[in-house]
Design a protein around this ligand. Structure first.
Ligand code: HEM
Ligand SMILES: CC(C)=CCC/C(C)=C/CC/C(C)=C/COP(=O)(O)OP(=O)(O)O
Length: 315
C-alpha cells in the first residue's frame, strides 16, 4: 500500500529532457538489437564462412579480396532477407515455442509490416548488388536460395517432415554461391561442396528436431521423420553421417586438396558418425546434444581444413 502512495519525485523540465535523452537512445539500441536478432547472426556467420570457402576454391588459389567482399556483403543481405521472411511467416508458431518466443516478432519488438519492408528491401538490394558488383549467375542463384528457404521450406514445415529435404538445398547452396562469385564454371568441384553441406545438415537438424520435438509438436510443425517413432531419428542420422565420410573425400579425389585434408576429413567424419551411432543406440538428450555439438565443430573444422590444404596445394 505504502508503495502506491509514495509520491513521485518532482521533475523539472530539464530533468524530463534528460530522461528523454536517455530513453530515446535506449529504445533505438533495443530496435537495433531486434534487427540484429532477426538476422540469426551465428548462422549468418557460418554462411559467410561457406561462401568464402567456395570462392577461394573456385578461384584455384588466385583470388582477389574485393570480389570476395562484394559477394559476402550481397549474400549477407540475402541471409538477412530470408531469415526475416522466415520469422515473419513463422511469427505465430514461434510465439508458441519457448525456444523462439522471445524473437523480435513474437515479443512485439518489431511489427510484421516493419519486418516485411526490411526483408524486401534487403532482398532486392542483395540481388541487384550481386548482379552489378559480382555477376548475374551469383545474383540469380542467391535469389533462388532466398525463395527456396523462405517461400518453399518455411511454409512446408507445417505439412511434412520432408520439408527438411527442401530446406537442406538452400542450406547447401552458399558455398556454390561463393564458387559462382569467383567466376569459375559450376563443375564437379562446386557440386562436391554442395554435397558435403547437404548431407552434413541431416544429423544436425535431426538432433535439433528430436531435442525440441515437444515444442515443434505443440506449435504444429512437422520436423521429425515417421512422427518421431523411437529409433528412426537416430538411425537416419547415423545413415547420413556415415554417407558423409566418402562424400567429404570428394574434393581430395578431384585434386582440389591433398592428403592432409583427406586425413582431417576422415577423422572428423568418424567423430561425427560415432556421435550419430551413439544417438541411434540410445535416443537420449545427452546423445542428441552430442550430435548437435559435433555438427557445429565438424563444419567449420572441415571447411578450414579444405581451404588451407587447397591453398597449400596451389602454392
Ligand atoms: C534444413 C536445414 C537446417 C535446419 C532445420 C536447422 C535448424 C537449426 C536450429 C533450429 C538451430 C537452433 C538450435 C538451438 O536453438 O538449440 C540451429 C542452430 C545452428 N545452425 Fe542450423 N539448421 C539447418 C541448416 C544449417 C546450415 C546450412 C547452417 C550453416 C550454414 C547451420 C548453422 C547453424 C549454427 C551455426 C547453429 C548454432 C547457432 C545458433 O543456434 O544460432 N544450420 N539450426
Ligand atoms: C544465401 C542465403 C539466402 C542463405 C540462407 C540459407 C540458409 C543458411 C538456410 C538455413 C537452413 C535452414 C533451413 C535453417 C533452419 O531454419 P528454421 O526456420 O527451421 O529454424 P528456426 O526454427 O530456428 O526458425
Amino acid at each position: 500500500m505504502n508503495s502506491l502512495v509514495t509520491p513521485l519525485p518532482r521533475t523539472t523540465t530539464a530533468d524530463s529532457a534528460e530522461a528523454i535523452d536517455c530513453v530515446v537512445p535506449a529504445a533505438r539500441a533495443g530496435r537495433l538489437s531486434a534487427y540484429f536478432q532477426l538476422a540469426k547472426p551465428r548462422i549468418a556467420l557460418m554462411v559467410l564462412l561457406t561462401v568464402t570457402v567456395g570462392y577461394v576454391i573456385g578461384s584455384r588459389g588466385v583470388w582477389q579480396p574485393w570480389p570476395l567482399l562484394h559477394a559476402c556483403f550481397g549474400i549477407l543481405l540475402a541471409v538477412v532477407a530470408s531469415s526475416s521472411l522466415n520469422q515473419l511467416i513463422e511469427r505465430k508458431t514461434d510465439a508458441r515455442m519457448p525456444r523462439t518466443k522471445s524473437r523480435p516478432l513474437p515479443s512485439a519488438r518489431l511489427s510484421a509490416f516493419e519486418v516485411l519492408v526490411f526483408a524486401l528491401f534487403c532482398g532486392v538490394v542483395s540481388v541487384v548488388y550481386l548482379y552489378f558488383t559480382v555477376n548475374p549467375i551469383t545474383a540469380w542463384l542467391t535469389l533462388a536460395t532466398i525463395v527456396l528457404y523462405a517461400l518453399c521450406y518455411t511454409p512446408l514445415k507445417r505439412y511434412t517432415s520432408l520439408c527438411t529435404v527442401i530446406g537442406a538445398v538452400p542450406g547447401a547452396l552458399p558455398p556454390v554461391l561463393g564458387w559462382a562469385a569467383s567466376g569459375a564454371p559450376l563443375d564437379l568441384g562446386a557440386f562436391s561442396l554442395f554435397a558435403i553441406m547437404f548431407v552434413w545438415q541431416f544429423p544436425h537438424f535431426l538432433a535439433i528436431a528430436w531435442l525440441y520435438r515437444d515444442q515443434y509438436e505443440q506449435a504444429g510443425l512437422r520436423m521429425l521423420p515417421a512422427e518421431g517413432r523411437p529409433g528412426i531419428t537416430g538411425a537416419i542420422s547415423s545413415g547420413y553421417a556415415l554417407v558423409l565420410i566418402p562424400i567429404s573425400l570428394m574434393p581430395a579425389q578431384l585434386g582440389l586438396t591433398g592428403d592432409a585434408y583427406a586425413l582431417v576429413a576422415l577423422v572428423l567424419g568418424i567423430l561425427y558418425a560415432w556421435s550419430a551411432v551413439l544417438f541411434q543406440r540410445s535416443e537420449t538428450r545427452r546423445c542428441a546434444r552430442r550430435v548437435l555439438w559435433t555438427s557445429l565443430v565438424y563444419l567449420p573444422a572441415i571447411l578450414i581444413a579444405l581451404t588451407l590444404d587447397h591453398i597449400r596445394l596451389m602454392n
